[in-house]
Design a protein around this ligand. Structure first.
Ligand SMILES: [Zn+2]
Length: 140
């Protein structure tokens, strides 16, 4: 399994949420927020993290015990309302090349203390993917 999905093929800019996470952790350290407030991953998310999560290579910044895993959710037309979780890079690329635009969210989860946080989001698919496919057909 890949360590992390690369998102360089994505059409739009990737929005990174590292600063949000940093702010969250600072507030936790300062005692402004309680650990339970940021360690409340939904059971569905935890299940996805256990079954499909990819190791990020980072230790959870909250409990400092368990490695964070990353789960990617993809939303778009003709996809399940709750989004779909690609399990391989190939699967993600296929979703990113759909004719319809898709919204992708990468969530970091700790299955030890239930810390979770949105790491990145990006959009893919849509017109550019269609054009690429048309070009491919023309070249065949
Ligand atoms: Zn943790």
């Amino acid at each position: 399994m890949d360590k992390r999905f690369r998102t360089s093929t994505a059409d739009g800019a990737v929005v990174e949420f590292g600063l949000v996470r940093h702010a969250l952790l600072s507030r936790l350290e300062a005692g402004i927020i309680r650990r339970e407030e940021i360690c409340d991953a939904h059971p569905e998310l935890l299940r996805a993290a256990k079954n499909l999560g990819r190791m990020t290579g980072d230790v959870c910044p909250v409990c400092d015990e368990v490695d964070l895993v990353e789960v990617t959710y993809v939303f778009g037309a003709r996809l399940p309302a709750g989004g779909t979780c690609p399990t391989t890079r190939a699967e993600l690329l296929k979703l990113e090349r759909r004719e319809e635009p898709v919204q992708c969210y990468a969530v970091e989860v700790c299955t030890g203390c239930n810390f979770h946080h949105l790491a990145r989001k990006w959009v893919a698919g849509g017109r550019r993917a269609r054009r690429t496919q048309t070009q491919k057909k023309a070249n065949q």
